[in-house]
Ligand binder design. Sequence first.
Ligand code: PR8
Length: 475
Amino acid sequence: MKSVLDRNNFSEWYSEILKRAEILDVRYPVKGVYVWYPYGLRLRNLIYGILRALMDEEHEEVLFPLLIRRDELLKEKEHIKGFEEEVFWVTHGGTTELDVPLALRPTSETAMYPVFKLWIRSHRDLPIRVYQIVNTFRYETKHTRPLIRLREITSFKEAHTAHASRREAEEQINKAIAIYRNFFDRLAIPYVITKRPEWDKFPGAEYTIAFDTLMPDGRTMQIATLHMLGENFAHTFDIRYEAEDGSSKFVNQTCYGISERCVAAVIAVHGDDHGLVLPPPVAPIQVVIVPIIFTSGADKPSESEAVKRACNVLHHELKGAGVRVFLDDSPERPGAKYYYWEMKGVPLRIELGPRDLANNSCTFVRRDNFVKWRVPLTTAVSEVKNTLDDIQHSLHARAMERLEIGVVSDETELKNATGIVALPLCDRESCGKELEESTGASVLGEVLYASHSSGGKECIICAREAKHVLVARTY
Ligand code: PR8
């Protein structure tokens, strides 16, 4: 089968696929800001539907304003130190200069926490667990990239929680890790989980835990982060509650977020040289039916009619069974339709022509491996369901195999390594920085979850007692 794209040249592959599969239009004339095409947005909405359902189990949805007063944004010293170079400012209303400049939220801690102070009075008001899915703005100075490094993040799912004790806040982090694992498992996206080093934690957090996945070019992409805020923001914004014994206590907080990088991960991790390969749970179209009708006169008109009728019946049955199915009865040639729907990543194609019909059957073709087989029309619906499940499992297994973790024991081995590498490193910043500078890779952090871990016990830089860390070139 002729390939149309080259995934080995990932950067070009990625740009081409966004265009050809109609995910994002990158021609909008503002840097780092893009337009969702209808098909891309349907994919995005199915992915976020899963996330939303998971969040709704234990969080309440809220909607906070986009604008943040300058004085509020500047209150948390560490936080603003991390974000000051990234904030877009609104300074004028028409031609009038504003008394207080307003920031476009880069994230919503400083929008929400002054309001949390108003909402929280007693221990009975706790815990608070809220989330919103909104656009946020970051003036990214590194190379911007669609879905990956944006100046307008259009689909920022941010959760914020407040608790009576530190123990409860830590439990919340663990629950949120479980939610995120569930989410990425449903997208068949493999990941590693690490505790970020001190110098790479979220501004204002006590510590940060991150999910990273491996992209086809051997670099990792951070796809989710969870931050333990402790009492830091509570002190800044004076968020206290009256405990059962009548004393006044500061709340403990957490926040955690996911952006449309999860859409980028689905595209990049599963796609191939023919285009997108979508996991069935998030494919806008799960099955496409292509009638094989030749208009050259080779078929008898009655045969064509019978094929059309059989396609309509199958379409109707699959729809009734809850499958997202599309019947492509456009006048295009079948070959052109195959090419088109392969590019769009439709997991399963059903071809139905006179010869199939003569056998009372149809032909299935899987998008993930192009395996083709004949299926009796009477069992087609149940076979579709089984096949979609099987495709999901195969995609997950294939992606897991690709996320290999190399183990190295010294710097020379590390320099030659690709992908994610496990090694022993102490937690001193000087060692981490030395390693980052000499190799061009980044320390992802201490391993919390990964298929492999390094066996070594001594830091590969200073030979002191080490932790098991993961290192990779990153996005
Ligand atoms: C927080 N506050 O803000 P975080 N383009 C695309 N995705 C991005 C970008 C960008 N420019 N910047 C970050 N992300 C906390 C948690 C509320 C929620 C993605 O955390 O700054 C990254 O995947 O770590 C990142 O892990 C996630 O958003 C959360 O952003």
